[in-house]
Design a protein around this ligand. Structure first.
Ligand SMILES: C[S@@+](CC[C@H](N)C(=O)[O-])C[C@H]1O[C@@H](n2cnc3c(N)ncnc32)[C@H](O)[C@@H]1O
Length: 220
């Protein structure tokens, strides 16, 4: 695979044209398993912003955590090692199978689930939620629905950490992964959930990558 991201963009474009906004993720993971190519977002390590969030806690975290669109499980394993009771899910069964294969003794509850229709028992159930790069791979109404759904899963007193590519509203929408505007980010703030911190950073690269690192809390 000469350009993994270009290949993902073709799969995304074709699935979305068929009206199936999430159908391409399983296709991509299954192809990667079969053909051995690297998926563009897979780096087999925890997200550095999650590492920093954990490091900056005044006390070790506790309670129930959820990792959205967990991919191959590195963020979930980091949170479990930190002492949290972790559920991690992805819409792609092949990704979840890979999590089980990589971490056979894990305490993480890995599940196949769709954030656009989460299990009813997850409503307001999680003390900490980590979302990295899922909303930005969904188009149109699905991205708003995804952010709102995630906001609805935060327990009273709980927190949600979001990491995403960002853009100014006047910038072009670009290609998948479609960066979030501040308006996209606001969709996480469902009733009772407020934005508590927003870092707008530019990660070095060619080209540099602007990102939001946002923390939301549910006060009630
Ligand atoms: C860009 S990847 C990011 C993966 C991981 N969070 C990371 O940071 O490496 C987006 C992930 O979200 C998953 N995903 C996409 N739509 C989803 C949905 N509706 N419900 C659950 N997972 C979804 C994809 O299968 C993929 O693993």
């Amino acid at each position: 695979m000469s350009d993994p991201r270009a290949h993902a963009r073709v799969l995304a474009r074709d699935a979305i044209a068929r009206g199936d906004v999430t159908g391409w993720f399983e296709t991509l993971y299954a192809e990667s398993e079969r053909d051995g190519f690297r998926i563009s977002w897979v780096d087999l390590g925890p997200n550095p912003h999650l590492v920093e969030w954990l490091r900056s806690r005044p006390a070790p975290p506790s309670g129930k955590a959820l990792v959205v669109g967990c991919g191959y499980g590195d963020d979930a394993e980091l949170l479990a090692a930190a002492g949290l009771d972790v559920t991690a899910f992805d819409i792609a069964p092949t990704a979840i199978a890979r999590c089980h294969a990589r971490f056979p003794d894990s305490t993480v509850g890995y599940e196949v689930a769709d954030v656009l229709s989460p299990p009813p028992g997850w409503s307001r159930a999680f003390d900490f939620i980590f979302e990295a790069y899922t909303v930005q791979v969904l188009p149109g109404e699905a991205r708003t629905a995804c952010a709102q759904s995630i906001g609805g899963l935060v327990a009273p007193g709980g927190a949600l950490l979001v990491v995403a590519r960002s853009r100014r509203p006047e910038d072009p929408e670009g290609l998948m992964p479609w960066p979030l505007t501040r308006a996209d980010l606001a969709a996480f703030a469902v009733p009772g959930v407020d934005l508590a911190r927003l870092d707008e950073i530019v990660e070095p690269g060619d080209p540099p990558v602007p990102r939001f690192v946002a923390e939301f809390v549910r006060r009630r």
